[in-house]
Design a protein around this ligand. Sequence first.
Ligand code: SF4
Length: 429
Amino acid sequence: MKQKVFLASCEGYDPPAIAQKIKTAVNTIAPKLHITGRVVIKPNLVMAHPKVATEGYTRAEVIEGLLQVLQEYTGITQTAVVEKSGLGVSTSYMYRNAGYRALRKKYGIRLVSMEESHKRIVVANKARLQYYFTVAREMAQREFLIFVPKLKTNVLSHAYSGAIKLNIGTIDSAERLFHHNRDLPIKLADLLEIANPNLIVTDGIRMAFGGNQMTQHGTDLGVLVISTNVVAHDMVCAHLLNLDPLKIEHIREAAYRGFGPSSLNEIEIIGDYPVHRAQSKTRDLDFGFCPVHQFKSNFAIQTGKPYCIAGCQGIFLDWLYMINDRKPKLLKKFPKLTVLIGKCGAVHADRILLVGNCACASRPLKAKRITRIHGCPPSHKRIVWDMMIGYGIFNPLVRPSLIWDAYIRYPFKKLKGWFLNLKKDNTSE
Ligand code: SF4
């Protein structure tokens, strides 16, 4: 039987209207869906900020619409929103910025910030790369899992970020960059072994595109994408963006591993939103997915081997887009600099920047000044910091509120989580 994906036309962020759409979709594609017990909702809150990160996260109104639907299921014993934000900022701050805190009292839900909560180690028996993951206790104990991604593009994952990619925010920050290189598609499929959603509701009312996954801009698309299969869901979302789903490595890997259909032909697309409407709106959008050395700036970028779309090359491209998205004039003020990413051969230049451990192995190098950013890959936070300290480039995310949160509040939150996990936790599984 074909997997079904429901496309619901939804023009605005009105929670009751969103609830109605979700209800219709669920009744159509999975009328017998039994939502019961401990429910976990996983949104995309990688970054939300009213000035610099305005589009790339799941809107609170979509979560509220979903919560209104869940109120009609009598067997639910607990509902928790679980997230771990990115870039080393605290998740609680992102909950606040995205307007999730108002939902806590109104619907009696819990907002779980992974870095300051109880954690569990879960084992992925059929993994190909990573056999265990540290997740929030609520995630380990859930009985029903709902993913609520944002429909958006991402240069770290072949231009598309969706439900499968959302799982990177399921795990602890210490494990997040582990295999976040050319192996990422395999790791994401491994993650499905431990967190495969029962229901997916994607916020495509506005989609975010091009640029950096956090700071990118958005456009109205007017669609909610609802499915019970993660691969079918992502294939259809990629199709809406005029992308070939089988050229997106993590979708292909998940399909190959048996998590869903192997092509669009095995999917039935239904609903009141025509595919061509999204395709005509997204056809001419620039998703920004290009080789990092093609990005135009004062930097002379050379890439060596390996080329890691989700690793050094992709993260440095993502850093460049942060500036392009929010402070484009700054690009013209960049210093003249030769940047090597991946292991390169002989280079003779005035100033050389080496990004990542492979670049640091480049030989022979001759320059007045050589700077290294270590890591496999280096984190966004590290690149932002090192480029600020080393070259005086103040990234648009270098704002007092975010600096305070990332360097003062976040370490305390992590410390709190560390102490919490030292204590014995007798909560049953
Ligand atoms: S150091 Fe960078 S280029 Fe090398 S394997 Fe790691 S992510 Fe890839």
